[in-house]
Design a protein. Structure first.
Length: 257
């Protein structure tokens, strides 16, 4: 390896011949302030994998990567690949904190255009002939998903409607009960009944208010949807005379898994 003297300076620079030209030779020093320590085959450049720098973890990571590299993508060893990847995910996620997702799902309906009085425990629904259950969409992130109801709110557009209500919740659509009929709890719905939420008497505020509301946050009701929705049937716990076409809005706060 010839040396080249820089003109007018007199400094000797190490070079190597390549394609008829001289190429400067440089060396990587990892000695730091303690002195010169040139990188070589006997003194390799130190490399550390990300994460907690322990010999044990580096050995585990190297072993997992070697297993993946050795696996050929054939039907015979796809299970081995899956097992190795699952193990890697377990190692990577160890100590990882995962939390649920809070969502608000709501539904509205209008009762029939009549003023027929309700008795305690009557159904409050959208129709007499063909009632529909109340549908709370996106109560689960995926089909068959689960979670908790942590808060519920019921509102109506009649400020004087200060009665108590019960919202019966189901994991799939139940058979709806006709408006103003006595609410019936059916044996056939036992597998889909999640539970119920009791609301205190609805309240309003001063003159000019045109709504009544009841909110409960003292609830943590677990559920598992058949699809992604919860379903509800509303009943009154007190007798009252409604307004024709009275409107209701029900809102659920859910924590989905």
């Amino acid at each position: 390896m010839p040396n080249v003297t820089l003109p007018a300076v007199g400094v000797v620079v190490a070079t190597e011949s390549a394609s008829g030209a001289e190429v400067q030779v440089t060396r990587l020093d990892i000695g730091g302030s303690a002195g010169i320590s040139t990188v070589s085959g006997a003194n390799p450049l130190p490399v550390m994998l990300s994460g907690a720098a322990t010999d044990e973890k580096q050995d585990e990571q190297a072993a997992l990567l070697d297993a993946i590299a050795a696996a050929v993508a054939t039907a015979a060893n796809q299970e081995l690949q899956k097992s190795v990847l699952d193990l890697m995910l377990e190692k990577m996620n160890s100590g990882l904190s995962v939390t649920g997702y809070t969502n608000i799902t709501s539904a509205e309906f209008t009762r029939p255009a009549n003023t027929t009085a309700y008795s305690a425990m009557d159904s409050v629904a959208n129709d007499v002939a063909a009632p529909l259950p109340i549908s709370f969409e996106n109560s689960a992130r995926v089909a068959g998903g689960s979670g908790y109801v942590t808060k519920a709110k019921i509102s109506t557009n009649v400020s004087t409607n200060n009665v108590r209500y019960r919202l019966n919740l189901y994991s799939a659509a139940p058979v709806a009960v006709a408006d103003n009929a006595l609410f019936t709890r059916l044996w056939a719905d036992r597998a889909i009944l999640v539970g119920w939420i009791d609301f205190d008497g609805m309240t309003t505020e001063g003159a000019g208010s045109n709504a009544a509301v009841s909110i409960t946050s003292s609830v943590r009701l677990p559920y598992k949807c058949a699809g992604t929705a919860l379903f509800g049937l509303l009943e009154t716990r007190d007798a009252f005379t409604p307004t024709s076409g009275q409107q209701f809005s029900i809102e659920l706060t859910v924590e989905t898994n």
